[in-house]
Design a protein around this ligand. Sequence first.
Ligand SMILES: CC(=O)N[C@H]1[C@@H](OP(=O)(O)OP(=O)(O)OC[C@H]2O[C@@H](n3ccc(=O)[nH]c3=O)[C@H](O)[C@@H]2O)O[C@H](CO)[C@@H](O)[C@@H]1O
Ligand SMILES: C=C(OP(=O)(O)O)C(=O)O
Length: 429
Amino acid sequence: MDKIRIVGGNELNGVIPISGAKNAALPLMIASLLTDETLTLENVPRLADVALLTRILTNHGVDYSLNGKRAGEDILTGQTMNLTARAIIDTTAPYDLVAKMRASFWVIGPLLARMHTARVSLPGGCAIGTRPVDLFLMGLERLGAKIDVAQGYVQADAPGGLVGNRIVFPKVSVGATHTVMMAASLARGETVIENAAREPEVADLARCLNAMGARISGAGTSTIVIEGVDRLRGARHRVVSDRIEAGTYAMAVAMTGGDVLLDGAEADLIEEPIRILRAVGVSVEATNRGIRVKRNGAGLTAVDVETQPFPGFPTDLQAQFMALMTRAKGRSVITETIFENRFMHVQELARFGARIQLDGQKAIVEGVERLTGAPVMATDLRASVSLVIAGLVAEGETTVSRVYHLDRGFEKLEEKISRCGAVVERISG
Ligand SMILES: CC(=O)N[C@H]1[C@@H](OP(=O)(O)OP(=O)(O)OC[C@H]2O[C@@H](n3ccc(=O)[nH]c3=O)[C@H](O)[C@@H]2O)O[C@H](CO)[C@@H](O)[C@@H]1O
Ligand SMILES: C=C(OP(=O)(O)O)C(=O)O
C-alpha cells in the first residue's frame, strides 16, 4: 500500500490548478444512464472514485471512452469522458461494487426512471457515520415506486413508470436530491422537491440534465421543480470546479504561509470558508483566474466553526480546518452537525502534538506553538488530507499510510503541492 512522506517546514508559493469536482463528476456520470445518446463530460478529474464508477456503469451497459492528453496540454488538465448507455443490459448494481462508494447507490434513480426496475445494493463510502438511505426510498416511493429492502439490496419497481409528486425532505440530503431529480426528469408530470440540497453540485447536475432536454428549475435553491419529459438526449457539459479541493489548498497555504493562486477556483462556491479564513488572518482574494491565498508572517487566530449544508461551512472541509486550528493562537470549537462520526482525524492529529478534546459533536482545539512529524494513518478521504496539511508544517518527517483514501478525491496531490515548494513524495509499496 502506498504511503506519502512529507518533510514539513516549507511555505507554499505558486499556482495550484483546481480540478473538476469529484462530487459533481459522479452524479453527472450517473446521469448518462438516462439517455441512449452520448453524454460528454469535460474537466473530469482523474480519481479512484471516477474509475470505480466507470466499472459500475459498464456493468449496466455504458460504453465510455476517455480523451487522451492533447499536445501541449498540462498533465493537470482534466480529462474529457464520453458515456453512452445505448441499452441498459443489467438493472442490478451488485454489492461488491456499490459497497466501495456511497455515490454508486444513486444509479437507482436513473435505472428506475428508464427501465422501471432497479436492484441496488445498500451503499458503502467513507466511514463517517451510519449514512442511511431512508430519504432516497421515501422520495422514490413518492414518485410511485414500490420498494422492498431484503438481503442487503433495495428492489425498486414502477411497472407503469414514475409519476411526478411533491416531495418534502425532512432533512437536507445531497444524494437523495440528486437521485430524485434524475428520476423525476423522466417521470410523468411535475415533481416539486422541498428542502432540497442547495449544494453547487446539485445545480451543476441540473444544468447538465437541462442540456440533455430535462425541464428543471430552482436547482441551487431549496425548492426544485421538475417537469418530466419522455426522453433525454446526449449533451456536452463541463464539470464545475472542485470547491472542496480549493478550500483544502486554501487551508494548506494558510497553514504553511506563502502566496498561491488557486487556478480555476470559484470564490462564490466557498464564501463561508473564505469568510472564516479571513477571520483567521489569511488574505483571500477572488481574481479573474481563481482565488489568491496569502499569509505572510501574521499568526493564525482561533475561530469557531459549525458545519452546515450549503451555503454553510462544508463538512468536507471540517478536518482540514481542524488541522489549521491546531496551530492557531487560542481555542477553537469545531462543531460537526452533518455526520455523527466525522472526527476520526482527531486521534491522528494528536500524534503531531495537537491538543484536541472531543465533547460529543464538538472538538475543542487548543492551538500549540509547534507540531512534530509522525507516522499517521488516513481513515477517510478528508481526514487524510488534514494529516497532509499538518505534515506540511510539522518539524521533521511525516508518513501518511492508507493513501488510497486520498486517491479517492484528490487528483495529483503530491504533484500539485510539490510544484509550490512542499517536500512530499509517494512511496509505493
Ligand atoms: C459523493 C458526494 O457528493 N458526497 C457528499 C454528499 O454525501 P451524501 O449525499 O451521502 O450526504 P447527504 O447530504 O445525503 O447526508 C447528509 C446527512 O443526511 C443523512 N441522510 C442522508 C440520506 C438519507 O437517506 N438519510 C439520512 O439520514 C446522512 O446520514 C447525513 O447525516 O454530501 C455530503 C454532505 O455535504 C458530503 O459530505 C459528501 O462528500
Ligand atoms: C464523504 C465524501 O465522499 P463519499 O460521500 O463518497 O463518502 C467526501 O467526498 O468527503
